[in-house]
Write a protein that binds this ligand. Sequence first.
Ligand SMILES: [Zn+2]
Ligand SMILES: [Zn+2]
Length: 244
Amino acid sequence: MRQRYKLYNITDNVIRVLYPAQCPVCGDKVPYKEGKIHIKCRDELPYINGARCRKCSKEISDRRAEYCYDCQKSRHLYREGVALFGHKGKIKNAIYAVKYDNKREYLDFFADELIKEEREKIGRWNADMLVPVPLYKRKEIKRGFNQADEFAKRIGRRMNIKVESDAIERVRQTTPQKELSDVQRRKNLEKAFKVNKNIVKSKKIIIVDDIYTTGSTIDACSEVLLRGGADAVYFITMSIGNGL
Ligand SMILES: [Zn+2]
Ligand SMILES: [Zn+2]
């Protein structure tokens, strides 16, 4: 496993010399020695540095609290999860650029960063597979890719965990979650997903998505996975909002 990781790193570095990365914060080319982001731009990223919710990893202002307001009042179906950034400022723009401007290379930065920060925690989950939150097929064809799937593949390569893109299928076109309230979000996702039991039975699974807001999407996916016989469900996202 170590060797595979090393080989991956060498290839990655050769590519970086030939094709400098574009900075996910300012969009300009990054000199090879700086990596995938300008050193000065790194300071503008909303890392979560304070106390964090033990369930969803959201930043909480009350250092004595174990859980955020949202996790205190609603019971999530996943065991635990981790997000890399707060969903604000430059990160919002970077994720938007991935989705709507095809800046998939920013996902390399997100994946590197997530592994750097959270390798130990993710390793502890001992997961059998990564399962990206699927897009509705027609939407995926229109966009040309599913950002959650692309992100999962990058994590999978770095952590040596296999990615099962077909474990969950989105069987219904749903209204974009950002336009809805919390209750509407849950309602919107009812029967939206279908699970492939043969893949998930008795497995420990990490769901991968781009943004966590109220957790309703992750919960809806957790529900079908657990109903399909999954052992435990965790999640990884690039960013996390403050709830609604
Ligand atoms: Zn920059
Ligand atoms: Zn929480």
